[in-house]
Design a protein around this ligand. Structure first.
Ligand code: NAP
Length: 281
């Protein structure tokens, strides 16, 4: 009370990641290799198109290459699997990002799992999830990894803390919960069928908001001193936590925008460069 909470901003973390990446990219250039991320977008969802464009622009800014594949909304699973197989076999592509969500007629899990593990820089394959869970080196899904990198960068301890993750999606809630567990947090995972969400949240030392609902998590549900990591990104640039009320309870909190989002993109590039290094050896 009375003290200002720490703002867990993305920029210092992004700057630190990009500093290291520039060095690695120069070293690769000496071997004639430019790291290349292939982005696959199926259909015309405006938000997805924006995300893909932001990722490609970030590649360009760092002197990396990106190869954009844009497929029509009526693409079949078989056609998408063929595109992914071609990218797997293309030695100039080091990482593959299939933008989620894909249209309903496509088996998204089959498409994700078709990505070669060594090119799975977005951490979406079942193999990647299993390896991460068992603490075998793997590319972790980018938003969960961004959240962990931010907690480490700001020296926020996880061991022994009670972390409550709100959301259980394959790309966010589940992997971030496993990562927090691997860092010795005691983890509660909440979802749409959870009964009395505030009762879980009031015991949280760390809250991860991954709900997909604007300003959903209320400060009145949280205890004083909580750390709030808001992965949400909703129209109007608002997160899944109600910043104005949560900031009154938090000892540390991510802003939206300018928090987890930019670190997620930096993480994707970091994984792509790592993949390029691994594939160059
Ligand atoms: P998602 O697939 O829609 O999953 C949302 C999760 O929230 C589900 O597990 C759902 O439970 C749960 N949920 C829904 N309503 C709830 C309620 N009333 N109480 C408790 N839990 C509830 O979303 P996502 O892909 O994980 O994304 C979550 C958020 O993160 C979104 O705001 C998205 O924009 C953002 N995001 C940001 C980045 C980034 O780069 N920063 C990347 C990806 C996503 P059920 O499983 O029971 O349905």
């Amino acid at each position: 009370m009375g003290t200002h909470p720490l703002l867990i901003e993305g920029k210092p973390v992004v700057d630190a990641i990009y500093r290291d990446l520039r060095i690695a990219i120069e070293q690769l250039a000496a071997h004639g290799v430019v790291p290349c991320l292939a982005t696959v977008l199926v259909g015309d969802d405006a938000a997805s198109a924006t995300y893909v464009r932001m990722k490609a622009n970030a590649c360009k800014k760092l002197g990396m290459q990106s190869q954009r594949v844009h497929l029509p909304a009526e693409t079949t699973t078989q056609q998408l699997l063929q595109v992914i197989a071609d990218l797997n076999n293309n030695p100039s592509v080091h990482g593959i990002l299939l933008q989620h969500p894909v249209p309903d007629q496509i088996d998204e899990r089959a498409a994700f799992d078709a990505i070669a593990p060594e090119k799975d820089v977005d951490g979406v394959t079942s193999v990647g999830f299993g390896r991460m869970t068992y603490q075998v080196p793997a590319y972790v899904s980018c938003t969960p990894q961004a959240i962990l990198t931010m907690l480490d960068h700001y020296r926020i301890p996880m061991a022994g803390k009670h972390a409550v993750v709100v959301g259980r999606s394959a790309i966010l809630g589940k992997p971030v919960a496993m990562q927090l567990l691997n860092r010795d947090a005691t983890v509660t995972i909440c979802h749409s069928k959870t009964v009395d969400l505030p009762a879980h949240l009031e015991r949280a030392d760390i809250v991860v908001a991954a709900v997909g609902k604007p300003r959903f998590i209320q400060g009145s549900w949280l205890k004083q001193g909580v750390v709030v990591m808001d992965a949400g990104y909703n129209p109007g640039n608002v997160g899944d936590a109600d910043f104005e009320s949560c900031v009154l309870r938090a000892s540390a909190i991510t802003p939206v925008p300018g928090g987890v989002g930019p670190v997620t993109i930096a993480t994707l590039l970091q994984h792509t460069v790592r993949a390029a290094v691994a594939q160059t050896k």
